[in-house]
Design a protein around this ligand. Structure first.
Ligand SMILES: N[C@@H](CCC(=O)N[C@@H](CS)C(=O)NCC(=O)O)C(=O)O
Length: 205
């Protein structure tokens, strides 16, 4: 398998999941900062021009964070990255959809790429402020919904925690936010995991 990622992007969550699984995998940096994701070489791999993308051993490429995470967890059941209980699996997917489909684009893409939303350059500060305000609200929803102490789900650590990790990382880093207590504990617990440390180290190189 090969993961296409951009350092510091949401792809860190899939990077963490691959490290948790522990099977050998390759990585290729596709920087979204320098626009490498829009170059023909990468568009041939993922026409959506987004990271993460996962090249699987059968030569096919899977995209969309929640789907890659779900597929990796189901393909490696011994890693215990998603509950085998029907309801808990649904809750895992529910969290990943919220984190990747709402919190990521509405709160953080607004702040980091305001030009995607603004009418013109003068409108960008309004878009950033809107992103910050949405982020506060969304983090409040997650804080209230954390059931696992420190993990998101009472069923235990899962791929949804890897998705939350990129959100808390952005909130603390480029977002300049202070995390509420349960989210701060979640982030600290993630940082203590050897798989997370390995992924962060590779992305820093
Ligand atoms: N729906 C996609 C979104 C992925 C996404 O937006 N990735 C960002 C990095 S965090 C990206 O590739 N941005 C590049 C761009 O929009 O130019 C998913 O869940 O995987």
């Amino acid at each position: 398998m090969k993961l296409f990622y951009s350092p510091g992007a949401c792809s860190i969550g899939i990077h963490v999941i691959l490290e948790e699984i522990g099977k050998p995998f390759e990585t290729q940096v596709v920087s979204t900062r320098d626009g490498s994701n829009k170059k023909p070489e990468y568009l041939a791999i993922n026409p959506k021009a987004k990271v993460p993308a996962l090249l699987r051993d059968d030569g096919t490429v899977l995209t969309e964070f929640p789907v890659i995470a779900w597929w990796l967890a189901k393909a490696h059941p011994m890693s215990n990255l998603i509950s085998v209980q029907f309801e808990a699996e649904a809750r895992t997917l529910e969290w990943m959809d919220y984190l990747c489909g709402t919190v990521h684009p509405q709160a953080f893409t607004r702040q980091f790429r305001p030009g995607n939303f603004a009418k013109d350059a003068e409108d960008e500060p309004r878009v950033i402020a809107q992103g910050k305000s949405l982020a506060e609200g969304y983090l409040g929803v997650i804080e209230t919904g954390i059931a696992g102490q420190p993990w998101l789900l009472s069923s235990g650590y899962s791929v949804a925690d890897a998705a939350l990790f990129f959100i808390t990382g952005w909130a603390l880093g480029r977002g300049g936010m202070t995390l509420p207590p349960k989210l701060a504990a979640h982030h600290a617990a993630m940082l203590a995991r050897p798989a997370v440390q390995r992924a962060l180290k590779r992305e820093a190189n």
